[in-house]
Design a protein around this ligand. Structure first.
Ligand code: NAI
Length: 229
């Protein structure tokens, strides 16, 4: 049970919705919208108004009855909650197909996520630059990360190379790993966020097959309960 003075742990489901609020408020700001109600947010985002109020109440009292939310204030607060009000230094490990695509994506920098170095083992890549970011030998990684106070590592190495890389990262000041490899990473002191495009593809596949699934379930039900409509 929560003790007095203890801060309630916010659920992962709420945390996953925060970027949606943030992006939505950003769009409203671009359109010069100054205030918004939870009902209006609900129409845009598809969550219920009460869910939105509950979610935001986890972090403080932002709305005012009869007024709604001040868009700029809420946007700024959520940006702080998400830690977007500071620059995050990142390194990318593994400059192959996926690594190069990520390194070339300039939007990360726009949001304060700055890839300052890339590491690889391939001598043909070392010394080159991707999107102006230099590729260094992986042997320099530990020193570089600690020296430059890097907080996030993007991991795009082959699965079987992951363990070795994690061993090195555990000796650094890295606080978070954005893991694109299929490897399960368990570390006590580094927070890992896994990204699996294939999961998203499976979800899409489920959704485009949902109608057929409903039909099948209905048919099965009719077989079991033939008298029910
Ligand atoms: P790739 O083979 O093109 O690139 C891997 C790169 O890592 C190479 O440049 C290689 O020299 C480098 N490398 C190998 N060992 C290293 C080490 N110890 N330290 C630093 N660099 C090292 O592979 P690709 O296609 O870019 O995939 C990379 C990873 O991403 C794989 O684990 C793959 O399964 C995963 N992947 C994940 C996806 C996702 O949705 N999460 C989608 C596609 C790939």
């Amino acid at each position: 049970m929560e003790q007095p003075g203890e801060i309630k742990k916010v659920s992962m489901a709420v945390i996953k919705r925060l970027p949606k609020y943030y992006k939505c408020l950003g769009n409203l700001l671009k359109n010069n919208v100054e205030r918004v109600s939870s009902q209006e947010l609900s129409k845009i985002l598809g969550f219920t108004a009460s869910q939105i109020r509950q979610d935001l109440n986890n972090f403080g009292e932002f709305g005012q009855q009869g007024y709604g939310y001040n868009v700029l204030q809420l946007y700024t607060e959520i940006s702080k909650i998400l830690g977007l009000n500071t620059i995050h230094k990142m390194v990318l490990i593994g400059a192959g197909n996926l690594g190069q695509a990520l390194a070339n994506y300039s939007e990360f920098r726009t949001h304060g996520f700055d890839i300052i170095a890339i590491f690889d083992t391939n001598p043909n890549l070392i010394g080159r630059k991707i999107n102006n970011t230099p590729i260094y030998p992986v042997e320099d990684m530990e020193y570089f990360i600690n020296e430059n106070d890097v907080d996030i590592a993007i991991l795009t190495v082959p699965k079987d190379k992951t363990e070795k890389v994690i061993e090195v990262l555990s000796k650094t000041c890295i606080r978070g790993i954005w893991n694109f490899t299929p490897a399960e990473i368990t570390t006590d002191d580094i927070i890992v966020e896994n990204v699996h495009l294939i999961d998203s593809l499976f979800t899409l596949s489920y959704r485009i097959n949902e109608d057929k699934l409903q039909e099948r379930l209905l048919k099965q039900k009719r077989k079991i309960f033939p008298d029910r409509r």
